[in-house]
Design a protein around this ligand. Structure first.
Ligand SMILES: Cc1ncc(COP(=O)(O)O)c(C=O)c1O
Length: 415
C-alpha cells in the first residue's frame, strides 16, 4: 500500500506487482509513470500467460477440426464469448461478436445495419464529443446514402446539452450513437437516459463503450441499448480483439459484414447462405490468442472489482483536478470530478502540448499530446491540441504528485 492518506479503495501496490511493465525504468534510475491508459492499458501477467499457454499448448484453428487441439482452441474461443456475455450482462452469447476493436465494431454496424436500414434524408444523431471512430463511419455512410448527421452540442464544461437532444428527437432520428465516456473530457454521459429518450422517439441506439466498459460496471440489459462496442486493449487485454454486442433480433436481420470462411452455412459458385449469429459476422480465422487474452483480462478486472475500479478512479481524478488547479496557467477541459472518469486533458499557457509531453517523458511520465482522435471537439474549444493524463486502477496518488512536480519543471523550462 502506498503512503498517501487518500488511497483506501484498492491495494494498488499489490495490484501493480501483477503488471511486469510497471516495474520498468524508462531510463536508468527513472521509473515509468504510466498515465496513458485511455490510449491503451497495461497488461497483467495472467493475460500474457494465458496467451502464451494457448500458443505453447493448444494452438489450432477454431471451429474447423475434430482433433484435440482444435477442440480445445474452439472451447477456449467460445468460453471467452460467454465471459464477455457475463461481463456486460448480455442475455445470450449469440449477441457477442468478436471484432478487432471498437472502431471495427462501429464500422460493422454502419456497414450492415446502417446500409440496410438508413435511406436518404434519414437522421443519425451523434454528439460533439465523439472519437473519430464514432464519426467517420457515419460520415462515410452519409456520403454514400445521403443520410443526415446532427450533433448533441456540449456546454463549455463539457456536458451534453440534453435540451438540444430533446429538440433533435422531434425530427424522428433512426439512430442515436454516442460515447458513454469521453476520451478527452472524461465526461460520463447519462447513457440510460439517452437510450430511453431515443427509444421514445423510435430510434435505435449505439453506445461507444471504449472508455466505459473498462472503467465502471456496464449492464447492456439495464441500459437497454441495441449495440455496444468496446476494445480489449483498453481493459487490460491484448490489441487486435474487440467486441460488438447487439440485440439478437437486430443481428439476425442484418446482412453479413465481411465475406469468407466461417460466416457461411453453404457456398455455391454464385451464391452463399450466411451462418447463424454470431458466426455470420466473424469471417476468416479470428484472433484466437487475443480472445483467450481478453477472457483472462476480464477475469482479472472482475477480480479487482469493477465498482472498486470506478471508485479508485473517482478518488484519483478528484485529487488530480484539485492538484492541477494549483498550477498557474493550466486549464483542464471537461466537468467537475463527480461527473467524469479518470481523464485530465489540459492546456498549459504558452507551452505546446507536445513540449509538455516531451519534458514529462524525461521524468518517466507517459502522457499523450494531440487531438486524441477528437478533432471536432478540440475545434469546438478553439484549441488544436491538449496534453492528456489518464488513469486506471494501477495508478497511485504519488504518481499524481510526480505529474504535478513534472508540470512545474515544464513551467520552469519554458518560463
Ligand atoms: C471513446 C473512444 N472510442 C473509440 C476509440 C477507438 O478505439 P480503438 O482504437 O481500440 O478502436 C477510442 C480509443 O481511444 C476511444 O477512446
Amino acid at each position: 500500500m502506498n503512503g498517501h492518506p487518500l488511497t483506501h479503495t484498492l491495494d494498488v501496490e499489490k495490484l501493480r506487482a501483477d503488471f511486469p511493465v510497471l516495474k520498468r525504468e524508462v531510463r536508468p534510475g527513472v521509473p515509468l509513470i504510466y498515465l496513458d491508459s485511455t490510449a491503451t492499458t497495461q497488461k497483467p501477467l495472467s493475460v500474457i500467460q494465458a496467451m502464451d499457454d494457448y500458443y505453447s499448448t493448444y494452438n489450432a484453428n477454431v471451429h474447423r477440426g475434430v482433433h484435440t487441439l482444435a477442440e480445445e482452441a474452439t472451447a477456449a474461443y467460445e468460453a471467452a464469448r460467454v465471459r464477455v456475455c457475463d461481463f456486460i450482462h448480455a442475455p445470450t452469447p449469440k449477441g457477442i461478436i468478436f471484432t478487432r476493436n471498437t472502431t471495427e465494431s462501429i464500422n460493422l454496424v454502419a456497414q450492415t445495419w446502417g446500409r440496410q436500414n438508413l435511406q436518404e434524408d434519414d437522421l443519425v444523431i451523434l454528439t460533439e464529443m465523439e472519437h473519430h471512430s464514432n464519426l467517420v463511419p457515419w460520415q462515410i455512410l452519409a456520403a454514400e446514402k445521403g443520410i443526415r448527421l446532427e450533433f448533441i452540442t456540449i456546454t463549455p464544461d463539457g456536458l451534453l446539452e440534453l435540451d438540444v437532444y430533446q429538440k433533435l428527437l422531434e425530427q424522428m432520428p433512426k439512430l442515436v450513437a454516442f460515447t458513454h465516456m469521453s476520451n478527452v473530457l472524461g465526461t460520463i454521459n447519462p447513457a440510460k437516459e439517452i437510450v430511453r429518450m431515443a427509444h421514445e422517439a423510435g430510434a435505435v441506439t449505439l453506445i461507444d463503450g471504449a472508455q466505459s466498459v473498462p472503467h465502471f460496471p456496464v449492464d447492456v440489459q439495464d441500459l437497454d441499448v441495441e449495440f455496444l462496442a468496446f476494445s480489449g486493449h483498453k481493459i487490460c487485454g491484448p490489441t487486435g480483439i474487440g467486441v460488438l454486442y447487439g440485440k439478437v433480433n437486430l443481428l439476425n436481420e442484418m446482412p453479413p459484414f465481411l465475406g469468407g470462411g466461417e460466416m457461411i452455412k453453404r457456398v455455391l459458385l454464385r451464391s452463399f447462405v450466411p451462418n447463424e449469429i454470431p458466426h455470420k459476422f466473424e469471417a476468416g480465422t479470428p484472433a484466437i490468442a487475443e480472445t483467450v487474452g481478453l477472457h483472462a483480462a476480464l477475469d482479472y478486472v472482475a477480480g479487482v472489482g469493477m465498482e472498486k475500479i470506478a471508485l479508485h478512479e473517482q478518488e484519483i481524478i478528484a485529487y488530480t483536478l484539485e492538484r492541477l488547479e494549483e498550477v498557474p496557467g493550466l486549464h483542464v477541459l471537461g466537468p467537475e470530478a463527480s461527473k467524469k472518469g479518470g481523464v485530465a486533458a489540459f492546456t498549459f499557457e504558452g507551452v505546446h502540448p507536445h513540449d509538455v509531453a516531451q519534458v514529462l517523458d524525461r521524468s518517466g511520465i507517459a502522457v499523450r499530446a494531440g487531438h486524441h482522435c477528437a478533432m471536432p471537439l478540440h475545434e469546438k474549444f478553439n484549441i488544436p491540441a491538449t496534453t492528456r493524463a489518464s488513469f486506471y486502477f494501477y495508478n497511485t496518488f504519488e504518481e499524481v504528485d510526480h505529474l504535478i512536480e513534472g508540470l512545474y519543471n515544464v513551467k520552469q523550462y519554458f518560463g
